[in-house]
Design a protein around this ligand. Structure first.
Ligand SMILES: [Zn+2]
Length: 103
């Protein structure tokens, strides 16, 4: 199943969800509002540079916003699609941040 990005109509929260191509958008995990699909599936099935760049960009977006838990969740999903050491390194990085932020 492809990985899609959704945006909440109410609170603008952006999240990823692995859903069947023709399924309706899931409810917002933050506020339960309606969402819409942002773009065509992220090409995580291809372990190429552009997929990696997309992952890094999204990772950075979460980290910049201090959303380390979201970053970790996202990377866990991304790693199912892209078997790459770089994704693993990003996962280690965010885990370290999570540990630090708890202190
Ligand atoms: Zn919402």
């Amino acid at each position: 199943m492809p990985l899609y990005e959704f945006c909440c109509k109410r609170c603008r929260y952006i999240f990823e969800e692995v859903t069947p191509v023709d399924s309706p958008p899931p409810k917002c995990p933050e506020c339960g509002g309606e969402t819409y699909r942002l773009i065509s599936p992220v090409s995580f099935k291809v372990s190429d540079d552009s997929a990696l760049r997309r992952i890094e960009k999204r990772f950075q977006y979460y980290v910049n916003g201090g959303k380390y838990k979201d970053a970790a969740r996202f990377l866990a999903k991304a790693s199912e699609y892209v078997k790459n050491d770089k994704v693993k390194r990003l996962q280690e990085k965010v885990e370290n941040k999570l540990i630090k932020s708890k202190k």
